[in-house]
Ligand binder design. Structure first.
Ligand code: FE2
Length: 306
């Protein structure tokens, strides 16, 4: 049986402002631009993804919140309109996407085997959350690669941060086993912002970049400290500091995607490539890539088969 593998993981945050700034035909509100440095960071990430030619994109989103267990999109095709409840003025996006249901079911089954509560989402009219949609649009606007969507179970908020992230570690390992067993060549997307302190009012013109800057200096310094460690490949140190980072910078990585992705990749001690950093209503966002093929940790299967 084919042996699947993870080709790369991306830190791929989901501020809807980035879609708004780009003005794709799917989004109703129109802008004058804005947040260019982050949008151009995503352009670099798109090129890398294109070269990897994955079979599937897996995304874990903090804004598909499930109170009981970890859920997986389980309908072959989903379409509709996704609206950001906080920024409906910026994001009303008509989506149409294909789901790799076989892989999603394998992830779900493996998660159960590891003791997690896990469930397939079978509602054909399900409205996919703006976090999933924004991350996928920004990394692959063509929508021509099937996806697996994974919910954010609220365990890190009900349990301690450490206990909740332990669950995400199990979820990541279950995901990896499913990818290997189903023979998929997969890319993982952790849909997370870093420092999440934000302003509570937006400018009259949301894309007025003269108003955009880090919410506070302490949060900015935390982001730079963590990104610096990631760029050096000091993954162990990143995860040692993660609970303190979450606590002091209100970091959105608390919701689990970042831990899920790294657990699935086996916590590689390889440098992450920073495609770009920028703030959105004051929150810190980095687009980063851990390319396991370039690092010699994946891709051998394909080379020997060629
Ligand atoms: Fe978010």
């Amino acid at each position: 049986m084919a042996h699947g593998e993870i080709l790369a993981g991306f830190l791929a945050p989901h501020p809807p402002h980035l879609v708004y700034g780009e003005n794709p035909p799917q989004n109703e509100p129109k802008s004058e631009g804005g947040w260019e440095q982050l949008r151009w960071a995503y352009e670099r990430a798109r090129k890398s993804l294109d070269e990897l030619k994955p079979d599937v994109l897996l995304v874990h989103s903090p804004h598909w919140i499930t109170q009981v267990g970890h859920h997986f999109l389980g309908v072959p095709h989903l379409s509709g309109k996704s609206v950001d409840p906080i920024f409906p003025n910026l994001f009303r996006y008509t989506f149409s996407l294909d789901v790799d249901v076989e892989l999603a079911e394998a992830c779900c089954e493996n998660a159960r085997k590891r003791g997690l509560v896990a469930k397939m989402m079978r509602n054909p009219k399900f409205r996919v959350d703006y976090g999933t949609i924004t991350t996928l649009h920004m990394i692959r606007p063509q929508w021509d690669i099937p996806i697996v969507g994974i919910s954010a179970n609220n365990s890190p908020y009900y349990l301690t941060t450490e206990e909740g992230l332990d669950e995400m570690d199990s979820l990541g390992k279950a995901t990896r086993e499913a990818i290997e067993a189903t023979g998929r060549r997969a890319v993982l997307l952790a849909s997370n912002t870093l420092c999440h302190w934000h302003f509570h009012e937006e400018p009259a013109l949301p894309e007025d970049m003269s108003q955009e800057h880090p919410h506070d200096y302490a949060g900015y310094k935390w982001d730079m400290r963590m990104i610096d460690l990631m760029r050096q490949g000091k993954t162990d140190e990143v995860f040692r500091l993660l609970p303190q980072f979450i606590e002091e910078a209100f970091a959105e990585v608390k919701s689990g995607a970042f831990t899920w992705m790294f657990a699935a990749m086996g916590y590689p001690q390889i440098p992450g490539e920073l495609h770009g950093y920028g703030t959105v209503i004051g929150t810190g966002n980095a687009v980063m890539e851990w390319n396991l093929v370039k690092a010699g940790l994946a891709g051998a299967q394909r080379r020997t088969a060629a």
